[in-house]
Design a protein around this ligand. Structure first.
Ligand SMILES: Nc1nc2c(ncn2[C@@H]2O[C@H](COP(=O)(O)O[C@H]3[C@@H](O)[C@H](n4cnc5c(=O)[nH]c(N)nc54)O[C@@H]3COP(=O)(O)O)[C@@H](O)[C@H]2O)c(=O)[nH]1
Length: 867
């Protein structure tokens, strides 16, 4: 009984050691001690299997000699390998009553004998799953058989060993599991954490710290929501609230990094279930910030590509034929092809008959060489219309540098191209007539002169200047003038050969290049034809208009160095033709050159005269036809040329009108005339009205009226003592504006008369509508008034009708008494002419007007010339 109790107590001790997870070695040592205490003379050994279950590689014993233990450690499990090797092998009790004679101990006899071991009883240690874990054995130093109780003791001890070893193995497995789990947690690159049910962090790994910027100790215990963006909090709280027990849930969240930057997370939470209850949540949060940035960037890029106004096309560089894999909306708009019609096709379908093969080849070369290129080529829309495509092609490379795609950016530059074409047309053509302009004409001239010289051809340049075109422009307006020019251009073009060049140099000047004439007479015959065709009437709206032309001809001479000189020569010849009268032509000769040079010199001299104010005014009196009183004077400008003396305005006014120099001359005349009249009055010669000739240019200036007013103010002449002489042409051009100006003059008190009446297009009925007071019959009618019944009748008619309209009539150019008497007899109001007085300088006018006479009121009396 006492032995049984001792046995039980011994077992309890061992079990306590096992339960307390004491080290296995300690527990097995205890088992050895307990059993040896129970079996006098018995020496206990416990052997355990290796992982392969083929060897007994560990031995625990408190009494066996160490040398023996070392020798048997590693014994293979086998039927003839001693008591333990065999017991593990046959999985049953093995009794070796006499080791020395036991055949299963062959190989171990000497060892056993050496250590005095004579008997051994061994039993396999088996796990709960029957797996052999090792052996439990008792050695004796005398041969002997076990009793039943001995066998039971060995089996019980083996079970205790099994318990201890299994417990140790479980402990090991648990430790390993724990380490595995720890590794997963610790080394996971994503943030792994656990939360309690209230949402506080209970554990965090290093990645949590890295992603949030907070130390692990700071995170543990804090609530997850302090990290989450306020706008995300309620959504995430709801997810936790509504999570199905036992189900994982996933969401995206944005948190604040400690450095106040947003971190985008992809979070998965899963419940921690212990004993069937959820006690918290595990979380795995993947940092998506970089991916989010890339996605945002990609989205923006994608939208930019979609919304680009340029067509964008992407082709697969690795597939045969480089098929299109993407086109944007602009591509569809520009080409007219829908996306579905394009995808999978090679972009070459946009090319057509007008596509430049060189551009296509250079594009193909760039694609083959995998490099970018910018080409402009003609592509075709779906409806067949061509468009200019400025295409930029660039390769797209992958991470290894392999070209995977080509991106093409199309820019439809059709509008720019057409604008450029127009621009280039305008730089080389006249906008009104569409003819070549001077620059293009000169290009042709240089080229044709070269050929003519090389092949000994006859080449001529014709300079055509229209006669009588200016009055049309002035009197009927520019629109009518433009139409005439267009028709002239057409008529000239109709007469020319295809190889000839017709150009307009501006105004009414046309220039023709005849590069290949059979003989010089051919040019002259052509000129005759041109003059004839220009003489034919021009019809513009309700007008039937007649003009002529003057043509200068210049032939290419061997000695000519600069081809452009031919134009100048033809121009000079034209000038000479003009002097011959209307519808004439003239060939260039060297004397013409001299004449033009003289004109150029005169122009330069005139400019100097303007700057030095080298002019003088002469005054020609105007006499009352009845009383002979001087009723006014006409101011006539003279140029005091330093070499040539006084020059008549007939010599320089037309030149000044051509060159625009008339402007400053007119300004000077107006002011000087006003000043002189004031001076005469101040000197007591009387206050006379002065007539000043007005040039069309001066009248049309926008600031004409204000300048006039300024001149009157500056000089102090009262407006009623100023009369402006206008030609009919001035009034006819842009008549509405001209009439308006006349009204303003009348409002100012300035008198207006029509000069050279009878030579223009106007009729008396037209003049009736104008606020004018006087007409001046042209000198040409007065000249033959007494001898030509025709002129006499015209003058008579003019006077009669003018009086009916309430207009005074002045006759100019009266040179003899006959003319005077005729005009007096027919009621002419005012006389002017050499018969009475020639134009004279102011000093002579003083003498002509006689001694200054001053009335009691201080006014001078008018001088009478008839008494
Ligand atoms: N825009 C301006 N034109 C001006 C100005 N000064 C003169 N002119 C114009 O120049 C043309 C020639 O003028 P001029 O040589 O001075 O001749 C004038 C008279 O001398 C001449 N005249 C006068 N009486 C007779 C005569 O009996 N016989 C005859 N053969 N000639 C005579 O007529 C000219 C005046 O003509 P008009 O102006 O039509 O009254 C001439 O057209 C001038 O208008 C100027 O400052 N600005």
């Amino acid at each position: 009984m006492a032995r049984t109790q001792r046995h039980l107590r011994a077992q309890q001790r061992v079990q306590t050691l096992i339960a307390r997870d004491q080290p296995l070695e300690e527990t097995l040592g205890a088992i050895c001690r307990i059993v040896e205490a129970q079996v006098p003379g018995g020496i206990v050994s416990i052997m355990l299997c290796d992982e392969t279950r083929l060897y007994l590689d560990r031995i625990y014993s408190i009494s066996l000699p160490q040398a023996y233990c070392d020798a048997v450690t590693g014994t293979a499990i086998g039927p003839k390998n001693g008591a333990c090797g065999r017991a593990a092998y046959i999985r049953d009790f093995v009794v070796c009553a006499d080791i020395a004679h036991d055949p299963n101990w062959r190989g171990f006899h000497a060892l056993a004998a050496e250590h005095g071991l004579k008997a051994c009883w061994s039993y396999p240690v088996r796990a709960s799953n029957s797996e052999v874990l090792g052996t439990f054995a008792i050695y004796y130093r005398e041969p002997g058989e076990p009793r039943k109780s001995d066998r039971r003791r060995v089996v019980e001890a083996a079970e205790l060993v099994s318990l201890a070893v299994e417990r140790e193995r479980n402990r090991e497995a648990l430790r390993e599991n724990e380490q595995r789990y720890r590794s997963l947690f610790t080394y996971h690159p994503d943030a792994v954490f656990s939360l309690d049910l209230a949402g506080h962090f209970t554990s965090v790994n290093a990645a949590c710290s890295k992603i949030t910027g907070y130390a692990m100790e700071q995170l543990i215990g804090s609530h997850y929501s302090v990290l989450v963006l306020p706008e995300d909090r309620s959504r995430i709280q709801a997810l936790f609230r509504n999570a199905d027990p036992g189900e994982a849930f996933r969401y995206s969240a944005t948190i604040y990094h400690r450095e106040a930057r947003a971190v985008y997370l992809d979070v998965t939470n899963l419940p921690i279930v212990v004993n069937g209850s959820v006690i918290g949540f595990y979380g795995i949060a993947k940092d998506m910030t970089e991916q989010h940035r890339r996605e945002t960037e990609l989205r923006i890029l994608q939208r930019s590509v979609e919304a680009s106004i340029n067509g964008i096309v992407i082709a697969d560089a690795r597939a045969e034929g480089k098929p299109v894999i993407y086109v944007n909306e602009a591509f569809e708009r520009i080409t007219g092809y829908g996306r579905d019609e394009v995808l999978g096709r090679s972009c070459s379908f946009l090319q057509g008959s007008e596509t430049d093969p060189e551009a296509v080849a250079s594009m193909g070369k760039a694609l083959a060489e995998r490099r970018e290129i910018n080409v402009t080529l003609c592509n075709y829309r779906k409806d067949g219309t061509p468009f200019w495509n400025n295409l930029y092609l660039a390769p797209v490379r992958d991470g290894e540098g392999t070209v995977t795609h080509f991106v093409g950016i199309q820019h439809d530059i059709s509008e720019r191209k057409s604008y450029e074409a127009k621009l280039s047309f305008h730089t080389s053509h006249d906008a009104l007539t569409g003819l070549a302009n001077r620059s293009l004409f000169e290009d042709h001239l240089l080229h044709d002169v070269q050929l003519a010289k090389r092949h000994g051809r006859i080449l001529a340049v014709l300079f055509v200047d229209l006669d009588d075109f200016k009055p049309i422009n002035d009197s009927l307006g520019h629109e009518v003038g433009d139409q005439v020019l267009i028709q002239v251009a057409q008529r000239l073009a109709d007469e020319l050969d295809p190889g000839d060049t017709l150009a307009r140099f501006g105004g009414d000047e046309f220039v023709i290049l005849l590069p290949e004439l059979a003989r010089e007479e051919s040019a002259i015959r052509l000129v005759e034809r041109l003059l004839t065709c220009i003489r034919r009437p021009f019809r513009v709206a309700e007008h039937e208009l007649y003009i002529g032309a003057s043509v200068g001809i210049a032939f290419l001479q061997d000695e000519l160095e600069n081809p452009v000189e031919l134009i100048q020569q033809a121009d000079m010849a034209m000038y000479r033709a003009k002097q011959k009268g209307r519808n004439a032509w003239e060939c260039f000769t060297s004397d013409i050159n001299d004449e033009v040079s003289a004109r150029m010199a005169l122009r330069n001299d005139l400019q100097e005269a303007i700057e030095a104010e080298n002019f003088e005014l002469h005054y020609q009196p105007l006499l009352d036809a009845h009383s002979g009183d001087v009723v006014g004077v006409e101011a006539l400008v003279r140029w005091k040329h330093p070499v040539k003396g006084y020059l008549s305005p007939g010599l320089f006014i037309p030149l000044a009108e051509d060159t625009g120099q008339i402007g400053p001359i007119s300004e000077w005349v107006l002011r000087q005339a006003c000043r002189d009249m004031c001076r005469l009055a101040a000197e007591g010669y009387g206050q006379y009205r002065v007539s000043v000739n007005l040039s069309p240019l001066q009248f049309r200036r926008p600031n004409f009226l204000s300048n006039l007013q300024q001149a009157l103010l500056e000089t102090g002449l009262a407006p009623e003592y100023l009369e402006l002489e206008l030609t009919e042409g001035i009034l006819m051009a842009d008549s509405a504006a001209a009439v308006e100006t006349l009204h303003r003059l009348r409002d100012m008190g300035v008198e207006v008369s029509i000069d050279d009446f009878g030579t223009g297009f106007s009729s008396l009925s037209y003049l009736k509508q104008l606020p004018i007071g006087k007409i001046k019959i042209d000198r040409s009618f007065v000249r033959d008034i007494a001898t030509s019944r025709h002129d006499g009748a015209i003058v008579q008619g003019i006077i009669s009708m003018a009086h009916h309209l309430g207009l005074a009539v002045v006759a100019e150019g009266i040179e003899d008494a006959e003319q005077r008497d005729f005009l007096a007899a027919h009621g002419c109001d005012v006389f002017q002419g050499f018969f009475f007085a020639r134009p004279m300088p102011l000093q002579k006018l003083r003498a002509y007007l006689g001694q200054p006479t001053v009335t009691s009121e201080g006014d001078a009396l008018p001088a009478s010339r008839f008494s």
